[in-house]
Design a protein around this ligand. Structure first.
Ligand SMILES: [Ca+2]
Ligand SMILES: [Ca+2]
Length: 255
């Protein structure tokens, strides 16, 4: 289907994941002199056309399970980021430690629906001083929505204002922004700022803040860093009189 050269088998897998109709890959066992390996993207898998696949001295063949997991059929199993698998030293069996929310021998079960991102306690969003919270996906997949479930704390947007979970207590508008690691706003979609905003189904005091169904599901990987900001802190506008923090569990909806 297509040939590329990549540094690692994982890079080749990532290419396959974002290429429509790619169901399996061949990755050269040996790197070339520039430390790169031939990476072939294939539109079929071993089960589909087995006569084309046999043990090879040149390639490791990886195939997808449930469209998300890669398994090396001919030697060992692996694949972060859904889990890490270790072959037993005394047999050809192996054990996989799965990412949170996943299970199965190959970590192939689960990973759809709401999956919690923060595994070491809630993520806290401060009100000033660039006190954003950080969170990253636990595994690769397509994500269609994100939600925050309030755990504790309130944000105060001025000295005398009452507190709110997600924004402005007096007008009940929302003030949580989700950005990338360059502080570019990704959610809410079509955010124009700098004002507090509204989003159907949510208020500043809702138990949950749901950024619903993105226009297009986004592929996410474990090296993605999302930042959760209070709007005034992100914009560096009127933050000096702010106080408090809001702590939440963060979930992504995998499809
Ligand atoms: Ca700031
Ligand atoms: Ca303020």
């Amino acid at each position: 289907m297509e040939s590329h050269s990549t540094e690692t088998p994982e890079d080749c897998q990532d290419l396959c994941l974002i290429t429509p109709h790619c169901f399996s890959i061949n990755v050269a066992i040996h790197s070339n002199s520039e430390n790169r390996r031939l990476c072939q993207l294939l539109s079929t898998n071993k089960e589909g056309k087995s006569e084309h696949f046999g043990p090879s001295n040149y390639f490791n063949h990886f195939t997808t399970v449930s469209g998300k997991l890669f398994i090396c059929k001919d030697s060992f199993v692996l694949i972060p980021p859904r889990g890490t698998c270790h072959q037993h030293s005394t047999s050809s069996n192996f054990t996989c430690e799965c990412a949170p929310g996943l299970e199965g021998q190959f970590c192939e079960i689960g990973g759809t629906g709401w999956v919690k991102l923060n595994v070491r306690g809630p993520v806290c969003i401060g009100a000033k001083g660039d006190a954003f919270g950080r969170v990253s996906p636990q595994f690769v997949g397509y994500v269609a929505a994100i939600k925050l479930v309030h755990v504790s704390g309130l944000l105060y947007n001025s000295r005398n204002s009452p507190g709110a979970k997600w924004g402005h207590a007096r007008n009940n508008k929302l003030g949580i922004l989700i950005t990338d690691d360059q502080n570019q706003v990704k959610l809410p979609e079509n955010f124009t700022g700098p004002q507090f905003y509204t989003m159907a189904g949510n208020t500043a005091s809702s138990p949950e803040l749901v950024f619903p169904n993105f226009t297009t599901p986004q592929i996410v990987s474990t090296d993605l860093e999302l930042r959760l900001w209070y709007l005034e802190d992100h914009n560096d506008i009127s933050e000096a009189d702010n106080r408090g923090e809001s702590c939440a569990d963060v979930f992504m909806f995998y499809v």
